[in-house]
Each structure stands twice: as structure tokens, then as C-alpha cells.
Write a protein of this length. Sequence first.
Length: 287
Amino acid sequence: MVQTKLRIAIQKSGRLYEDSVKLLSECGIDLRNVKDRLKTESDDFPLEVFFLRDDDIPQYVEDGVADIGIVGENVMYEKGRKVTVVEKLGFGKCRLSVAIPRNQQYEGAQSLHGKRIATSYPNLVKKFLADNNAVAEIHEISGSVEIAPGIGLADVVADLVSSGSTLFMNGLKEVETILQSQAVLIKNDKFNGEQLALLNKLLFRIQAVKKAKRNKYVLLNAPNDKLNEIISLLPGMKSPTVLPLAESGWSSVHSVLSEDEFWERIEALKNAGAQGILVVPIQKMIV
Ligand code: ATP
Ligand code: ZN
């Protein structure tokens, strides 16, 4: 019997490549012979990996040449292919923004009316303009969009931004966000039971890795008379683990803290009398 394999498409090189390979590795799926290959397999999981340009990934997944893929939401929505988002992956974060020359005024999307807009995302920009009842001339260019106003090719741009420094260096200012984006796992719409079982197995691992990244393991020493107060500051998965220390009157307390509340809790714990606080990264978290 031939064993079912899940075929995943990831970016061949570029901004999503390393994080995609790292995510698979954190899921226990190490890829061999990655360099300069079109595809590879994993020894650890029934997975075949295709390396492609990110622009082609939605189509490959829609057509079922690949079963799943990792791609930016920006590319997925631009291509408008029939695929389903299975999971947001938390990396490759950026936004598609409108930027205009720094010395110009912006008074809402209406100011784009009649302008020449350079972008690599014509469909997303068209939709944005239509939603705002503006008509503009779209110049589709595939790279270095930010130089278009400087060389007289366009009046404004709609480009991907993360820090904004590229825009700034080109004398532009960001005035409007069209789309917030991050890398997502997408799937083909026609899956059989075996494929679905494999996807769920992979998804279980991805979710454990994501959850672990959002949390830290905290160990601390507490005087027993302060234990109740300290425990009340620690949520933990169920409740914190408390172990007696060799020195009488002291306990060791172990718990899990989430990133969003981390620093506030640590300060409160210190103020409540906790000592020797250790914070350790978590590799996987299964709840
Ligand atoms: P390819 O050769 O695969 O077509 P590319 O040049 O189109 O590559 P990259 O620049 O590697 O693409 O970006 C891939 C994806 O990374 C983008 O589509 C987007 O989802 C994400 N990304 C995150 N931050 C940024 C950013 N500051 N600028 C551009 N893309 C970003
Ligand atoms: Zn691309």
C-alpha cells in the first residue's frame, strides 16, 4: 500500500523561507538537502516539500499540485484563489499601505482620485479604490515600488511595509493601511480523510509550537508565609506546582506565564517577596 504524503509548498527563498523551514523543524520535521532543490522529503513525517516563488503558491494549492502551503495573506488575497486558511502562523507580519511624497497632504482615500499608483498588488488596490469610490490609474510593477514617485513613474505607491524605513528613505510617508498581513497555512479545498488526518496531526504540532512561543516557564523561591499571595499572582495551566526547598520555611514555585502579562506579573511577584526568579523558554506546549 502506498503511504499518503502531504505535499506542502513553501517559499524557495525570501522573507518567508527561513521561518517556514524553522516552523517545520520545531514541529519535528527536519528537511534534508534543502539547498537549491525543487522539492525534498522529510524522514520524520509523511511530508513532501515543494520550494516555489510565493506568488505561485496559492495556485499550486488550489490546483492540488500541493495540498497545503505557507504564504503571506497579502499574496493569498491578491491572487484570489479558492483555498482555505487553516492557521495564522504569526510570522511574516507586514501591511499593504498607501504612501505619498512626504511634502504632500492626504485627505482620505478621495485624495487618490485621478492619481497614478504604483503597486505589486493591483487587485487589492483596485478593491480598496472601489470601496472608497475613487478612480485611479494603477501601474503594476513587480519590485522596488518605492522608487516609482522619485523617478516620475507614479504619484503614489501601495507597497508592503514592516518598519516603514524603506518608505522614509525614499521620501515617502505612509498614509493608509489597505491590509494587515502575516504568513498563513492554506489548504486545498478537496481533501480526503487520510489527508485530513495528516493535516490535523501537523496542525496539532504547529499549535503546540505557537502556544509555547507565547508562554514562559517561571521558577521562583518563595517564603512560605508569602506563598498564598505569590500563588494568587500566578495563573499556571491548572495551578502552580509548589515544592518544599531544603531550607525550611521556603518553597519553590513553578508556573507558566503568558507573554502579554509577563513583565507586570514578574514585578508583582518580586514585590510580593519572590526570590531567585528563573524564566525559561518553553519548546512545546500541549494543553
Ligand atoms: P519570490 O521570489 O518568492 O516571489 P518576493 O520577492 O515576492 O519573493 P519577499 O520579499 O521574499 O517576496 O516577501 C515574501 C513575503 O514576506 C511577502 O509577500 C509578505 O507576505 C512578507 N513580508 C513581511 N514583511 C515584509 C516587508 N517588509 N516587505 C515585503 N514583504 C514582507
Ligand atoms: Zn513574490
